[in-house]
Design a protein around this ligand. Structure first.
Ligand code: PGA
Length: 244
């Protein structure tokens, strides 16, 4: 595991964006697993900037987002479809036909764990998976549980996630209670993983995930078993870790 502590949010974002640009330059047909949330906003801004000056070309890539709320239309300002358009897709030359986000359609006829995960496999698997982390150690919307999940599925969000995400909605009652998410198995199949975390609120989950026992009660802890993972955290998120 590569564990990198950066000075602040900006340098975390810059480093993560550089790694993604390198990946796409090395393999212009890369399959990227993408994340939403406040944490990756800065790195997406850097990817847009890199595209604008001609440092990177996204025309050949395929993307698979980690998750989406159930019940929000793609035009809802808190849906992850909307987030991806706002922060990345509408600003760069990603082919929207190859930008996948789990949605209701994908669970209409067949179970989502067949359709979305099968699509990822059919695309050749994910070359680089970007992850944030929840205060409870979730990755995607894989909440603490008795087991590690396998493929894409529907989850009931925990109260702590609903509370954490309510900051983005008018009231806590508007936060969806359920979501679609890639499974832990999908995430572990990625050839390379980059996890970013920033701020004091992530300090405990970063410590527990990367320096504690591997347990489905802290879903990100399974990443200790990934063969190619780079964790990029700022000083605030690293403050409880036994490093440096
Ligand atoms: P955040 O969310 O980047 O908004 O903190 C991360 C997550 O919950 O996975």
């Amino acid at each position: 595991m590569e564990f990198i502590v950066t000075k602040d949010y900006k340098s975390m974002s810059t480093l993560a964006a550089e790694r993604i640009v390198e990946q796409v330059r090395e393999n212009p047909r890369s399959v990227l697993g993408l994340a939403t949330g406040s944490t990756p906003e800065g790195l997406y801004a850097e990817l847009v900037a890199a595209y604008r000056v001609g440092d990177v070309d996204f025309a050949g890539i395929t993307t698979f987002n980690l998750d989406e709320y159930c019940g929000l239309s793609p035009d809802h300002s808190q849906s992850y479809h909307y987030f991806m358009r706002e922060h990345l897709i509408s600003h760069v030359n990603i082919d929207e036909a190859r930008a996948f986000i789990p949605n209701e359609e994908l669970v209409n006829d067949r179970p989502a764990w067949e359709t979305y995960s099968a699509r990822m496999d059919a695309a050749g698997g994910v070359d680089l998976q970007l992850l944030g982390i929840g205060q409870n150690g979730h990755i995607g919307f894989n909440e603490p549980d008795d087991n590690f999940s396998k493929g894409c599925h529907i989850v009931e969000l925990t109260e702590s996630t609903i509370q954490a995400n309510s900051r983005l909605f008018d009231s806590v009652d508007e936060v969806p209670r359920r979501a679609y998410t890639m499974g832990i198995g999908d995430i572990m199949k990625a050839r390379r993983v980059i996890l970013v975390a920033s701020g004091d609120s992530k300090a405990e989950s970063v410590r527990d995930s990367f320096f504690g026992p591997v347990t489905p009660r802290i879903p990100a802890s399974i990443l200790q078993f990934h063969h190619n993972i780079c964790v990029i955290v700022d000083e605030a998120a690293a403050k409880l870790c036994p490093v440096g």
